[in-house]
Design a protein around this ligand. Structure first.
Ligand code: HEM
Length: 192
C-alpha cells in the first residue's frame, strides 16, 4: 500500500521536477557549446508570455471568459507553466548576477512545486468524488453536465481549498518579484 503510494504519487512528482531541471541543464550546456548564449537572454520573454497565457484557466474559472473546457484549460495551464518555467530557468542559468532575479526565480520554482502539489490534490479529490457521479446521473443530468459538475466539485474540495490559500499568495509573490525584475531591466536600459 505504502510502496504503491510512493510509486504512483511521489515518483511522477519527482520525475517531472527532475526532468525540468535536467532539461534546463542540457539546454544550457548546448547553448554554451554552440555559442548561442544570446538565445538564453531572450528566452525570458517567451517564458513569461507562456506563463501569462496559462492564466486563461483562471479567467475561465472566474468567468471573465466563458469559452473553453475547464479541464482542457487546466491541462494547458500545467503544460504552459512547465514550459514557461523551463524557458525562464534556461534564461536564469545563463546570466543573472543580482539578487532580485534570483528571488523571482526561487518564487517561480516554489510556485511550480506548489502547482504540482495542487495537481496531485486535485486528482485525489476527483477520485474521492467519483461516487458523486452516480448521484448526478440519478438526477438525470447529461453526460457533459455531469463531467463539468464533477470537475468543479473536485476543485472546491477540502484540501484543495486549503492548498489554494497557499498557492495564490505564492503566485502573488512570484508576480511581484517577476514584475520588479522586468521593470528594473527597463530602468537599466533607460539609464544606459
Ligand atoms: C509559474 C508557475 C505557476 C503559476 C504562476 C501558477 C498560478 C496558478 C494560479 C494563480 C492558480 C489559481 C487559479 C484560480 O483559482 O483562479 C493556479 C491553479 C492551479 N495550478 Fe498553477 N501555477 C503555476 C504552475 C503550476 C504547475 C506546474 C502545475 C501542475 C503541474 C499547476 C497546477 C495547478 C492546479 C492543479 C491548479 C488548481 C486548479 C483550481 O484550483 O481550480 N500550476 N495556478
Amino acid at each position: 500500500m505504502k510502496s504503491s503510494l510512493i510509486r504512483k504519487e511521489l515518483l511522477p512528482f519527482l520525475a517531472i521536477f527532475g526532468l525540468l531541471i535536467l532539461a534546463t541543464i542540457i539546454i544550457d550546456v548546448l547553448l554554451h557549446q554552440f555559442e548561442l548564449v544570446w538565445i538564453g537572454r531572450w528566452l525570458g520573454i517567451p517564458g513569461t508570455f507562456l506563463i501569462l497565457l496559462s492564466f486563461i484557466y483562471s479567467f475561465r474559472k472566474r468567468k471573465i471568459i466563458n469559452y473553453g473546457k475547464p479541464k482542457v484549460l487546466l491541462t494547458l495551464h500545467e503544460l504552459l507553466t512547465l514550459l514557461g518555467a523551463l524557458m525562464i530557468l534556461v534564461h536564469a542559468g545563463i546570466h543573472f548576477y543580482t539578487i532580485l532575479p534570483w528571488l523571482a526565480l526561487i518564487a517561480m520554482l516554489v510556485n511550480v512545486i506548489s502547482g504540482m502539489t495542487g495537481s496531485y490534490l486535485l486528482g485525489r479529490s476527483r477520485r474521492f468524488l467519483s461516487e458523486k457521479k452516480n448521484a448526478y446521473s440519478q438526477q438525470g443530468l447529461s453526460k457533459e453536465e455531469i463531467e463539468k459538475n464533477l470537475f468543479w466539485d473536485a476543485t472546491s474540495f477540502d484540501l484543495m481549498k486549503k492548498w489554494r490559500a497557499v498557492h495564490l499568495p505564492i503566485t502573488l509573490v512570484f508576480v511581484v518579484l517577476g514584475v520588479t525584475h522586468i521593470l528594473s531591466i527597463f530602468l537599466f536600459w533607460e539609464w544606459k
